[in-house]
Design a protein. Structure first.
Lengths: 113, 120
């Protein structure tokens, strides 16, 4: 199938690490993305990873990619209240002479005080 | 850089009327723009892809006569919901694609803030 799958909710305590997981289906995907959507706002590209990378770190964000299992994760260290948002995983898939992004349903990150 | 604006941010209209939503890339040229629809607790649904100067390509199940897309310039695309009905109420998001502003050989999509359409 075409699905990119994510859990719908994740609840963590402020200061803890958050790990948001995603599975995808197309082994030929070249790029995988994490987008953040804050309430009432548009989507913001957080980070992306090339398919030939296993890990990418950018300040508090760490992306891990397991190509064998087609599993992508986003770890947010020291989670803050400002991290409350919906996080979307997306894979870039070739389509005709173009490409399209296939989206997960989004994981709502809830921060407990 | 890479800002995409949408206007209006929120609109309420009566059933049977038409509504136009504008999407602009403010500081870059977007050869391709995408229109998405987002349902509560659901993923983004791609409605159509438009390339400047050519007809939009609609996804399966999206009525092209109902959702009119015009991509008249490299910085502007419009979505017109014609004869709107309550079931068209949704959050519509546009996205513009440019060659990576960071110089890597990749394209990046930048998203507008979305338009909340409510049809009464």
């Amino acid at each position: 199938g075409e699905d990119v799958e994510q859990s719908l909710f994740l609840s963590v305590r402020e200061g803890d690490s958050s790990v948001i997981n995603c599975t995808y289906t197309d082994s030929s995907s070249t790029y995988l993305y994490w987008y953040k959507q804050e309430p009432g706002a548009g989507l913001q590209l957080l980070t992306y990873i090339f398919s030939n990378m296993d890990m990418k770190q950018d300040q508090r964000l760490t992306v891990l990619l397991n190509k064998k299992d087609k599993h992508l994760s986003l770890r947010i260290a020291d989670t803050q209240t400002g991290d409350s948002a919906i996080y979307f995983c997306a894979e870039k898939r070739a389509r005709d002479s173009n490409y399209q992004l296939i989206w997960g349903a989004g994981t709502k990150l809830i921060i407990k005080p | 850089g890479a800002v995409v604006s949408q206007h209006p941010s929120r609109v309420i209209c009566k059933s049977g009327t038409s509504v136009k939503i504008e999407c602009r890339s403010l500081d870059f040229q977007a050869t391709t723009m995408f229109w998405y629809r987002q349902f509560p607790k659901q993923s983004l649904m791609l409605m159509a892809t438009s390339n400047e100067g050519s007809k939009a390509t609609y996804e399966q199940g999206v009525e092209k006569d109902k959702f009119l897309i015009n991509h008249a310039s490299l910085t502007l695309s419009t979505l017109t919901v014609t004869s709107a009905h309550p079931e068209d109420s949704s959050f519509y998001i546009c996205s513009a694609r440019s060659r990576s502003l960071r110089g890597w050989d990749t394209y990046e999509q930048y998203f507008g803030p979305g338009t909340r359409l409510t049809v009464t």
